[in-house]
Structures are given as C-alpha cells and as structure tokens.
Design a protein around this ligand. Structure first.
Ligand code: PAF
Length: 284
C-alpha cells in the first residue's frame, strides 16, 4: 500500500494506474476509521482495480465552534487497518496541500437548496465545505466509483446531485450504515461518548425504528405528529434533539401524504457530541 502526502506524488502514481487502464475506487474519509469505513474500502476493492482511501480532516466543513481541533485522529492505526484490506493507496495530505491559499477560498462548490435543510440549518457552511473538498478529491483522484456511507444520508444525496449537476463521470455508491449490536450507528464521534452515553444514544435508532413501525401499520399517518412523538422520546432519554424529519427520500423535503419512498432523518446532541442517524423506508 502506497501512502501519498502530496498532490504531485499522487498524480504521478495515478498516471501509471490510468495508463494501465485500471478502474479507480475512491473512499474519502476524515480518518479514525471504524468498521463502517472499512466496509466501504472492502466494497471498493471488490468492484475496482485500484482503491484509494483519503484521510483528511477537512477544516472547511467545521464551524468555528465545532470540534475540528478535538476531532479524533488515529493515523497509524488507520494505516494498519487499511493495509490489511485491499487498499492500494492512501492520500493523506496536509491542510496546506489542499488549501495552499488558506481555507477561506473564493471558489466554492455549493448546493444551496439541499444544503440549507436538516444538518445544514444548524451547521451553516458545513455542506459547502464538504462539497468543495469532495470535488477537489474527485479532481485529484479521478475515480470511476466513489463510496460514501448511508449514515450521512444528506451528504450522500448532496454528493449524488453534485456529480450529476457537474457532469462528473463518477458513480456514487452509498453503503449501508454499520451499527453496534445495540443499534447505535458507528461514527468517529462515538469516541467522545462514555459507555453510559453510548447506551443513551441508542434512543436515536429506537426512535427511528418505532416510527417505521407506526408508518407501516398506520394507513393514514400524520407525519408531523409522529415527528413530535419521536422528538419527545429522544428528549426523555436526556438528549437534545436538533430535528427528527420524515422526508421524501430524494428531495429531502418534508414528506407529503401519499409519498411512498421516505427517509427518516434524526440529529441530536448528547452533551457536546452531535449524533445523526436515519432509516429509509418504502411504504406499500
Ligand atoms: O463523511 C466524511 O467523513 C466527510 O464529510 C468527507 C466526505 C470525507 C469529506 O470531508
């Protein structure tokens, strides 16, 4: 497995890969890899000839009051995990490599409508940072396929739209959320939680599952009422809910009566830790 820190070295290696006509699979990450990330790398290895994992804690997707400084970093452990998989290259640039003129860029990739919903409403600028860095990584790695977790459902939807709107010849592949046996979705931010808090946080998945059950049983559900029930349940477990939204799975707008293809999106804070989760459901 090759490790690159500079764009020049990455480009030189990828020239050879392209010359050999190999397909490239990209797994963009911010490191601190867990089983969810590793499942993306494994899938990329099955579907592509050459797999690149990027490790880059992207400063432009954090607001000034967020956890950029404390974001868990575990480079050596990550490299060990990746080298036991079919990962061919790691691109782990320094911030100056990606943002040579500083992170306050004048050129941004923005998706104004989707980015202002849900997580974007409480994290202004977050998705501009994500879209800009992901577009940079796409330009640098020139992948045929790129892999993202469904846990970040809004991010995945935005990136699928971005690729379509900018005519990028990249297939975006969303992979199912990996969970602990308790149901808690794996996330690097779970590292901030104590064992007791991890147990508390399972309320997010429980609230999603409860709502799915009601939706499946109720022939005429009132979405706003179900959202309120879920929000109360989350609060009563000691979390501070940001939103619980029953949405159209494609537009991410509030679901309308008769919508069948839905996604339930939730975000909540547990003390200083922001947690998100979701479930997709097709009503019949
Ligand atoms: O999902 C993440 O880890 C990040 O948002 C991503 C896609 C690597 C961009 O920094």
């Amino acid at each position: 497995m090759q490790i690159f820190q500079t764009i020049a070295d990455l480009r030189q290696a990828l020239k050879l890969v392209k010359n050999d006509g190999l397909s490239i699979g990209l797994v963009p990450t911010m490191g601190n890899l867990h089983e969810g990330h590793l499942s993306l790398v494994s899938s990329a290895g099955k579907q592509c000839d050459f797999v690149i994992t990027t490790i880059f804690v992207n400063p432009t997707q954090f607001s000034p009051n967020e956890d950029l400084q404390n974001y868990p970093r575990s480079f050596d452990v990550d490299i060990k995990a990746l080298s036991s998989l079919n990962c061919d290259a790691v691109f782990a640039p320094k911030v100056e490599e990606i943002y040579p003129a500083g992170p306050a860029l004048d050129t941004l990739v923005t998706t104004p409508s989707l980015s202002k919903l849900h997580c974007g409403a409480s994290r202004p600028g977050h998705f501009d940072g994500v879209c800009t860095v992901v577009t940079k990584l796409f330009n640098l790695c020139q992948p045929d396929k790129a892999y993202f977790g469904e846990k970040d459902y809004q991010q995945l939807t935005i990136i699928k739209n971005l690729v379509q709107d900018l005519n990028l010849p990249i297939e975006i592949i969303g992979m199912p959320t990996t969970r602990e046996t308790s149901g808690l979705a794996l996330s690097s931010r779970n590292n901030y939680l104590s064992l007791e808090q991890k147990q508390q946080a399972t309320i997010l998945y429980q609230s999603l599952k409860n709502t799915v059950k009601t939706l499946e049983q109720d022939s005429n559900p009132i979405f706003s009422e179900l959202e309120q029930v879920a929000l109360k349940l989350i609060s009563s477990a000691g979390l501070d809910p940001d939103y619980f939204s029953i949405c159209n799975a494609k537009s991410l707008l509030p679901a309308k009566p008769g919508d069948k293809d839905l996604v339930l999106l939730v975000a909540a804070n547990l003390e200083n830790t922001r947690l998100i989760d979701n479930i997709s459901i097709k009503l019949i």
